[in-house]
Design a binder for this molecule. Structure first.
Ligand SMILES: [Zn+2]
Length: 437
């Protein structure tokens, strides 16, 4: 290791308390989504800190995007530092929103308490710890004076937990994640300090409706129940489609391995009368809503189909249409509708891409072991960067244990915060420096 690189790594070791304090400060702002609380405060904490260190800071409110309102503004922050000479730009993107705390905590969810060498709190792992590591990495790199060319960017973006449309989706459509502005993107999601996440499976969300004919509930034979028709469709999904999906395996290293096949989840089902609340008094008389006797003329189900790189979106949809058509041929009275809600195709950055290579070398240097390559079962903001930004040199890499995300007593290890900051700094230096042979 060269002396100057050694000094950079020592400089980051010396910032151990600082990365903990920054993680705590971020966790203490409860940016809960939904509804999208305190985004402005969190964006300003990041922007003001980086502004003091020479970054050009921009706040981008996603006006008109889903969820944006004056009471809950969707405010993103993007900060850029330019080295003396021009060159390529490395962008670290973190989402600032967290899910609700939920029950079961033994630590204060928004307290940022330190215990057992960890910082506890909602968002420590997913992903304010990763955000703090990326900030410390960039600050140490700038202070070291080693970065002579290129640019560093850090963004804190909103709404990743609800699809990212007002966050990375909004920015990517406006060129914030495209060349010539940005060349390499690292998303510090909690994939583990020695793992590089190359991409994710695809997703198709769709709504299927079955149609029947309304009738009096005491004479259902005079009508035709849409719920019964839906149940026939779900029976086919369970007995025909799901076994077929179990047999389709991907060559991508999706973690956990149970997600290396195609999957289907029935997200919701609604049929007949709207949901009501029934109750009784002590005599047994109804005191709440009362059902009206009608047969269901409509039933709707939302499907969440995750597909692998070896499948394509059109075939994924066609397979479901084929089953509905089969029912139409064989089941008297069966009628249906189907519509898309949203979809994203699978994405995978090649293993020999510059950002993968630079991060892998940094992991080997800091941890003394080879990285593991993985892919994610669910999508994250990489989908917007690839689709709208047309930028393929993108990975997720950051501290924390993925399984702890969204759980009670979520935490991030302090040593992991420090190690991943070193890895991010080395990767950024490598990617902005003179091209390697
Ligand atoms: Zn996350």
């Amino acid at each position: 290791m060269t002396p100057s690189i050694d000094r950079l790594l020592h400089r980051i070791d010396a910032k151990r308390d600082e990365v903990v304090a920054l993680t705590q400060d971020l966790v203490r702002i409860p940016t809960i989504n939904p509804p999208g609380d305190a985004y402005e405060a969190c964006a300003h904490l990041i922007g003001e800190r980086l502004g003091r260190r020479g970054f050009a800071v921009e706040y981008v409110r996603a006006l008109g995007a889903p969820g944006d309102s004056d009471s809950h503004p969707r405010t993103n922050v993007v900060a850029r530092w330019q080295a003396p000479k021009p060159g390529e730009c490395v962008h670290f993107n973190s989402h600032i929103d967290v899910v609700e705390a939920g029950p079961g905590w033994t630590f204060e969810p928004f307290g940022g308490q330190v215990a057992h060498g960890r910082v506890y709190g909602r968002g420590t792992c997913d992903m304010k710890g990763g955000l703090a590591s990326s900030i410390i990495a960039c600050e140490a790199l700038i202070e070291s004076g080693l970065m002579l060319s290129g640019a560093l960017e850090i963004s804190g973006t909103v709404d990743e937990e609800s699809g990212g449309f007002a966050g990375v989706g909004y920015l990517a459509e406006r060129g914030y994640f495209s060349q010539p502005r940005v060349h390499h993107v690292i998303i510090p999601e909690p994939l583990g300090v020695d793992r590089i996440c190359l991409g994710h499976r695809g997703v198709w969300w769709g709504e299927v409706e079955t149609r029947g004919r309304i009738a009096h509930g005491s004479m259902p034979f005079l009508g035709d129940s849409a719920i019964n028709h839906m149940s026939a469709f779900i029976h086919l999904l369970e007995t025909q489609l799901q076994p077929r999906l179990q047999g389709r395996r991907t060559a991508e290293p999706v973690e956990p391995p149970g997600a290396r096949v195609s999957t289907l989840n029935i997200n919701s089902i609604h049929g007949g009368q709207v949901e009501q609340r029934y109750s009784h008094d002590e005599r047994g008389w109804p005191t709440g809503d009362l059902p009206a006797p009608v047969g269901a003329h409509l039933c709707k189900a939302v499907l969440d189909r995750r597909f692998i790189a070896e499948e394509n979106l059109e075939a994924v949809k066609q397979e479901i249409v084929d089953m509905l058509e089969e029912l139409k041929r064989t089941r008297p009275g069966f009628d249906y509708g189907i519509r898309d809600i949203m979809s994203f195709v699978p994405t995978a950055t090649p293993k020999d891409a510059p950002v993968v290579d630079a991060t892998a070398r940094a992991i080997a240097r800091v941890l003394g072991r080879e990285p593991r390559y993985i892919a994610s079962p669910g999508t994250y903001d990489q989908k917007h960067i690839v689709r709208s930004g047309q930028l393929r040199d993108c990975i997720a890499y950051g501290p924390g244990i993925l399984d702890l995300a969204h759980q009670p007593d979520e935490y991030v290890g302090i040593q992991e915060l420090v190690d991943s900051a070193k890895i991010m700094a080395l990767a950024a230096l490598d990617l902005t420096g003179p091209r390697r042979a």
